[in-house]
Design a protein around this ligand. Structure first.
Ligand code: ACO
Length: 327
């Protein structure tokens, strides 16, 4: 058996913070951010939380799939920015939506988290252990960002995306997953207690933080890592499938930044039109970026049944991976 996506949903905070808003509170400007990242604006939570966004995305995905919450066997949430350490975000969502029969747990693999959750679910489908699974990527990265660090603060946004998978006949789909803890210092957030409690607005973003506690990044190292490892692992995946890039309709990549996506497309010698992006609107929403992108494409009708997709994530850990699927 395999899991097939039968419904998607997403939930974005109402507050929009554009590059000009950031230029008013830090030494940056719209041109620099657009040119280096492609990002124009991002959503930042005010009243929302990781759990509330995850719940909203989950309900929309269930409605899209026509699946009742009680039918779910498993509910996985990928997040690095849960509102509290315990209980898990997955258990909180279970409570909110009434998924009483689901086993629920969180996965922390940073920006690769949704991809690892997807591959984990596929292994459960293959083992015949589950029939209906809800996957969610949900992040409030604004609570973990040092807003006085212009090198990182401009990159991130908040949001949640979800997908319902249902069992169908089929062989285990090829997947690739890698981790390299020895290079973990490239992207860190050292305190689990760094999460801000107060609603974040442009006016209060700059309040003092203990820098060590918040997201720290060697941007160029992360860039080099992404543009090398992602094409490698996509090629590894396509080899396993006996396919080429020509056979793929869309490459659904983690939305870190436009230059990374463009470099990956170039290295794969594939037209950029096969690499849809939403980072202009939402920034880098870490593990939420892939399901938010999938939901946008699904609701626009861009994705048609039978289309071949490669989904690829990469991020802190370091971690990276890819999955092949038919829509
Ligand atoms: N506005 C204006 N100037 C800035 C800003 C800013 N926001 N940030 C840095 N600068 C300045 C620097 O201070 C530096 O100035 P200097 O030359 O006077 O010293 C100059 O711009 C160049 O800085 P670099 O850090 O070399 O800029 P770079 O071209 O590497 O771009 C960036 C930085 C966008 C972070 C890039 O390294 C990158 O995209 N890295 C990938 C990181 C990433 O996407 N991480 C996401 C999280 S991980 C993930 O999702 C996989």
């Amino acid at each position: 058996m395999i899991g097939v996506i039968t419904g998607t949903g997403s939930w974005l905070p109402e507050q929009i913070v554009d590059n000009d808003d950031l230029a008013r509170i830090m030494d940056t400007n719209d041109e620099w951010i657009r040119e280096r990242t492609g990002i124009v604006k991002r959503r930042i939570i005010k009243e929302e939380s990781t759990v509330s966004m995850a719940t909203g995305a989950a309900l929309r995905a269930l409605e899209d799939a026509g699946v009742a919450a009680e039918e779910l066997d498993m509910l996985l949430v990928s997040t690095v920015s849960s509102d509290v350490l315990l209980p898990s975000t997955a258990c909180e969502v279970q409570k909110n939506i009434g998924a009483t029969n689901a086993v629920c747990f969180d996965i922390n693999a940073a920006c690769t988290g949704f991809l690892f959750a997807l591959n984990t679910a596929q292994a459960y489908f293959h083992a015949g252990l589950v029939k209906k699974v809800l996957l969610i990527g949900a992040e409030s990265l604004s609570t973990l960002v040092d807003w006085s660090d212009r090198g990182t603060a401009i990159l991130f946004g908040d949001g949640a995306g979800a997908a319902v998978l249902e069992a169908a006949e089929g062989e285990l789909l090829p997947m690739v997953m890698h981790s390299d803890g020895a290079r973990g210092e490239a992207l860190t957030c050292k305190s689990p207690f760094a999460v801000r409690k107060s609603p974040l607005t442009v006016a209060n973003m700059m309040k003092a933080v203990e820098k060590e506690d918040y997201v720290g990044m060697n941007g160029q190292e992360v860039f080099r890592f992404a543009v090398k490892r992602v094409p490698e692992c996509v090629e590894e995946l396509l080899d396993k499938c006996g396919k080429t890039t020509e056979d793929v309709d869309y490459f659904i990549l983690h939305q870190a930044n436009r230059r990374i996506v463009e470099s990956i497309a170039k290295r794969l010698k594939t037209d950029i039109s096969k690499f849809p992006m939403n980072l202009m609107e939402y920034g880098n929403t870490s593990s939420a970026s892939i399901p938010i992108l999938l939901d946008g494409l699904n609701r626009k009708g861009t994705l048609k049944r039978g289309m071949k997709l490669v989904i690829a994530g990469f991020g802190a850990g370091l971690s990276w991976g890819a999955a092949y699927m038919e829509w």
